[in-house]
Design a binder for this molecule. Sequence first.
Ligand SMILES: Nc1ncnc2c1ncn2[C@@H]1O[C@H](COP(=O)(O)OP(=O)(O)OP(=O)(O)O)[C@@H](O)[C@H]1O
Length: 344
Amino acid sequence: MIVIENLVKTYPAAAGAGEVSALRGIDLEIAEGEIFGIVGPSGAGKSTLLRCLNLLESPTSGRIVLRGDDVSQLTGAGQRQARRRIGTVFQQFNLLHSRTVRANVEFPLELAGLGRTQRRARADELIELVGLAGKEKAFPSQLSGGQQQRVGIARALASEPDVLLCDEATSALDPDTTDQVLDLLAELNGRIGVTVVLITHELGVLRRICTSAARLDDGRIAETGRILDLVGTPGSVLGSAIVPVGDDPSAGDGADTALVTTIGDEAHGPWLAQLVRKLDVDISVVGGRVEQVAGVTVGRLRLRFGPDVNRADVAAFVDAQSGTTLAWGEGPETIGAVTQGATA
Ligand SMILES: Nc1ncnc2c1ncn2[C@@H]1O[C@H](COP(=O)(O)OP(=O)(O)OP(=O)(O)O)[C@@H](O)[C@H]1O
């Protein structure tokens, strides 16, 4: 659906002091029907990437290919047409306050030159789709934040885009409303098949609805993959952040420690008791967490082993369990400046 090739964006620095490299060569593929999360610390380049994707900003070099068409070098009418293929949902909703809900949703259709009857029919259909039937004549100030964001989503869908780009779309909402809006995005993805790309600093967003994700760091893609693959990859910073177990209270005392990750219901059998019985080892559990990730139960345990543990035997035992991976040591660095979020 979207192929980004060696995307570079450089800005002139303030007071003519050289250049700022916001994107340093991004390569990324987003498949049709994905809910794709892009995370990273402040200044990593998330907003710049989003502005390049919705064609508000021209890349310095590189390509953005949308369903086979290079959209990064377009200008004028071609660019305006391509913009309609990408709907954007904004953090602060960006609604027109003097217009009703219906008129807000109709706005992009007006710009596209659609007739009144068609506009109204399409707007009302979208308003119903986002769960706001009956609110057509309300003004944004008469709606809650979550309802306003539903209007923002309906408006972004008005021109039947290939992709819905969400720019921190739930950051201004409370945790319950965040969950409702995320669930709506997942429902729309399932019902109308729209590909969703979410820029976020909330790991809870990735856990709740994303199928794949990328971590941006200093203008580069530091890692990317299917969410459950990242979670099951020992050493994945993003995987560790999605299911964190906290710091090891006994770190640095020389004991053998390991992180064991279990993915899926099959993996949640009594493997720990069996491990202790089979290898006759002493194990302390010094951290743990169970989360629903992309609708699947994921568990992570931090284990501390007694002296003289045979690592090869433990690794062989864990390897033989389905959906289970093991990584020796305390785990990767934390992601930094990304919040866990209240959402499940
Ligand atoms: N218009 C601009 N002019 C100059 N530098 C810019 C401009 N926009 C962004 N930058 C710089 O590019 C880098 C990436 O910024 P960007 O806003 O894309 O990061 P971000 O990951 O979205 O951060 P945040 O999470 O804080 O919004 C930063 O160093 C920023 O200062």
